[in-house]
Design a protein around this ligand. Structure first.
Ligand code: F3S
Length: 390
């Protein structure tokens, strides 16, 4: 791989151990994927923040980087953590909270913003055609497909290394030739609900692997519905982007169709729970937009959360502040707006939650393994009917 004189000096350790370690991670990655050089990035987004999924070992690596004065060179956001500072903090054991804080401290020492969200694009929308090193798969697909920004699906360490060097290897979806669609998907069913978009994503991820689809047949689609599709397609597959309502010009391109039955069957598979009253009703995977917060607040007007049911809405601190009137309404009705938290990587099982109803196909997919809970996938309005009483 070609390195500039300055990169060579960093590689040889002239800028200290932390920078040397980070550039070596990037060069190794670049060599694996035949990248010819490193390219500058405009931002990075780091995953692997929750203590539940990270565990103890990587904390020492983060601490060592921070001790050796590692500092990010570009704006770098963080994925959600495992608990929030108000509601879950009081309910979960203290030692979990302490370890979680230790992780956040190391990131803070390195200059990462405590954004704690999987929707960093609500904080700052990346420019079309700009290059990034993002590590949250749902945000990667959204950035490439909806926002027109360019990022590979990084792992936590490579996103952090990219942030500290300010560069990423030039391979994969950073190259125009790798952004072309190589399969055409014709969606025959008219999709209306967000859960149908999520089910389409789960189905396509399984079917297409890492192929980039040109999807036709998605009409009058909102960005919030596309967000569900992005999260779900990245859950079961390795595609980092799709094209919406564009055609693949290559004649030999594979073609597949998705009909209503396939969408229906996927939703049924993601809803194995038999109870009609789940322990937790959860909205906010990926984290809610202001628009979604507004819709929830409007739909629950004059209602109260049913006794014995938990109702959680997850979003970033940034969106929670912008949507403070809606937050107040949700909390007055007995719900909890948890900022900076991902329910899937929180300790829901410690709270006795055994069934989770959600409008997110991604959460429904992961709940049995990561939350040890049976999921029910249902559109927002149905979730609210189950969670609230008059
Ligand atoms: Fe975000 Fe967690 Fe879902 S990181 S996309 S809320 S699984």
């Amino acid at each position: 791989m070609y390195l500039t004189k300055e990169e060579e000096r960093i590689y040889d350790g002239e800028s200290g151990w932390a920078n040397q370690t980070c550039i070596r991670i990037l060069v190794r990655l670049g060599e694996l994927f035949n990248a010819e050089k490193l390219i500058p990035i405009s931002s990075a987004h780091v995953s692997g923040v929750s203590y539940k999924t990270l565990g103890d070992a990587p904390i020492e690596f983060l601490r060592a980087l921070a001790d050796h004065a590692a500092k990010v060179k570009v704006k770098t956001t963080l994925n959600p953590q495992s608990l929030d500072s108000t509601y879950l903090r009081k309910k979960l054991p203290k030692h979990l909270q302490e370890w979680q804080l230790t992780i956040l401290e190391q990131f803070e020492r390195m200059g990462l913003t405590q954004s704690l969200t999987c929707t960093p694009y609500y904080l700052q929308r990346p420019k079309r055609g700009s290059h990034h090193a993002w590590a949250e798969s749902s945000a990667v697909v959204y950035a490439n497909s909806v926002l027109g920004a360019w990022t590979n699906r990084e792992g936590g360490p490579s996103a952090l290394a990219g942030a500290i060097i300010g560069k990423t290897p030039d391979y994969g979806i950073h190259r125009i030739e790798n952004r072309q669609p190589n399969v055409t998907v014709n969606v025959e069913a008219a999709l209306r609900k967000e859960t149908e978009y999520g089910a389409l994503g789960i189905f396509l991820g399984r079917t297409l692997g890492d192929k980039i689809p040109a999807i036709q047949g998605l009409h009058s689609t909102s960005n919030d519905r596309l967000k569900q599709l992005c999260a779900a397609i990245a859950t079961t597959g390795m595609a980092n982007m799709f094209h919406n309502n564009t055609f693949s010009h290559a004649e030999e391109t594979e073609k597949i169709s998705v009909d209503r039955q396939q969408i229906k069957r996927t939703i049924e598979e993601l809803s194995p729970a038999t109870t009609s009253q789940p322990d937790l009703v959860f909205i906010g995977c990926p984290h809610c937009s202001v628009k979604e917060m507004k819709l929830i607040a409007q739909l629950i007007e004059g209602k109260k959360v049913k006794p014995g049911t938990e109702f959680w809405v997850c979003t970033s601190c940034h969106v929670k502040q912008k949507a403070h009137d809606y937050t107040r309404k949700i909390e007055r009705a007995g719900g909890h707006v948890l900022d900076g938290v991902c329910t899937v990587v929180s300790w829901t099982e410690e709270l006795g939650i055994r069934t989770i109803m959600t409008n997110s196909a991604k959460t429904a997919y992961y709940a049995p393994t990561l939350n040890k809970a049976e999921p029910l996938l249902a559109p927002l309005r149905d979730c609210l009917k189950v969670a609230f009483q008059r």
